[in-house]
Write a protein that binds this ligand. Structure first.
Ligand SMILES: [Zn+2]
Length: 404
């Protein structure tokens, strides 16, 4: 009871009638995203393509049932549908935009793989068609940009020549004589797809009639995957969408940078260079400001017991770097200790001149133990962060108390 595969000889068949030969309730299939009750149908003939050879399954209608999945089960093809057809004679209809997209990608893949192989000696070891992108994995040395562009250009030349794409049948030996790209060790009659004058390879998939219908082949990124090179590409309608999307990105970037589209790269480089220069300037100014403020604070802090000047201060609205600059500048003088914090995020910094004779790391640990937080450092310089920024004031009071 083998299913006749109508798509083998007519990949452009969109509607057909068939007879339901078998119908059964299937268990839920979480991997396929099927949670409710579904039915498995076997028809006497079908134009629905099952997932195989890198090409995803078709969708569409069988009677009034929606097709959710199509599986190749060897002799037969199983159609997973969301309801049981009421009549054994069914009118069927393929989701054509989806299928035609798959055909553009699949024929485009044959052509692109042929160009990588012919011109650059890079064989394709696998093909995947995703919802957005298609990929082939090439084996061999890393393809440089010139090779990626060269294969793309060569493939598009064949597209522009609008060469016929033919289905060929023959035994492995016959196909081998015709120069098939990949030898198959299988008996009986095999199916192969020929792009006239460019490629012949065994394939059970659906293909466009001539290369012009591929539209265009657009090669995108290339990245390493295990020992192979994964090349992303899109063809036809996908290439149109991707190119349109890229153009929007360039246009929006140019608007942001207030420059012409041709100038985005130089304008972006300038913006990054300016940002880096500004960062350096701001840091230098921050350090000078901290040193000036620390000098003023030192004047205003009278010596306490044993002649040690202890400054305790919670800062608001300053970057975290500022604490370090300020603490270092303040604790440079004889017998000084700075206990500093930021109000917003509870950063702590304890610094002393060695002559003050305390242990900043030990002090910080004790404060954090009580107030909650993380940090550490040396005897003279320790940093930490409170779990709760709002407790900065309390943490500094505690530190003062501990210093006695
Ligand atoms: Zn194929």
């Amino acid at each position: 009871m083998a299913t006749r595969r109508l798509y083998y000889d007519d990949a452009f068949l969109k509607e057909f009638t068939a007879r339901v030969m078998h119908c059964e309730v299937l268990p839920p299939d979480l991997n396929a995203g099927i949670t409710g009750t579904v039915w498995g149908l076997i028809l006497d003939r079908t134009a629905f393509y099952p997932t195989s050879g890198g090409q995803p399954n078709d969708l569409g209608k069988i009677g009034d049932a929606n097709v959710l999945d199509v599986r190749d089960e060897g002799e037969t093809i199983l159609h997973v549908v969301d309801r049981k057809p009421s009549d054994p004679e069914v009118n069927c209809c393929i989701d054509w935009p989806r299928r035609f997209d798959h055909m553009q990608q699949h024929t485009g893949q044959h052509l692109l793989s042929a160009m990588f192989q012919e011109r650059f000696g890079l064989p394709t070891v696998s093909f995947h068609m995703g919802n957005e992108m298609c990929t082939i994995d090439l084996r061999g040395p890393e393809p440089a940009d010139e090779i990626l562009e060269g294969a793309e250009r060569a493939a598009n030349r064949v597209v522009f020549e609008n060469r016929p794409v033919n289905v060929r049948y023959g035994t492995a030996d016959q196909l081998s004589e015709l120069g098939v790209r990949k030898d198959v060790e299988r008996d009986g009659i095999l199916r192969a797809i020929e792009i006239e004058g460019a490629d012949l390879q065994p394939c059970g998939g659906t293909h466009v009639k001539s290369t012009g219908q591929i539209g265009v082949v657009l090669v995108r990124r290339c990245s390493r995957v295990r020992q192979d090179w994964r090349v992303e590409f899109v063809c036809g309608g996908r290439a149109e969408r991707v190119a349109r999307h890229d153009f929007h990105l360039v246009r929006q970037t140019a608007e942001k940078l207030a420059c012409a589209q041709e100038d985005v790269v130089s304008a972006a480089s300038r913006a990054v260079a300016e940002r880096d220069a500004n960062f350096k300037t701001v840091r230098a100014l921050l350090q000078r400001l901290a040193e000036a403020e620390a000098a003023v604070a030192l004047q205003a802090t009278p010596p306490g017991p044993q002649g040690v000047r202890i400054l305790s201060r919670v800062f608001e609205g300053i970057p975290a770097d500022y604490l370090g600059f300020f603490g270092t500048a303040f604790a440079k003088s004889e017998k000084t200790i700075a206990l500093l914090a930021t109000a917003e995020d509870g950063q702590l910094l304890f610094a002393q001149d060695p002559s003050a004779g305390k242990d900043m790391n030990g002090l910080l640990k004790r404060v954090l133990e009580e107030a909650g937080g993380k940090g550490g450092g040396t005897r003279d310089f320790a940093r930490g962060r409170l779990n709760d920024g709002a407790s900065a004031k309390r943490a500094l009071s505690l530190a003062e108390k501990l210093l006695g």
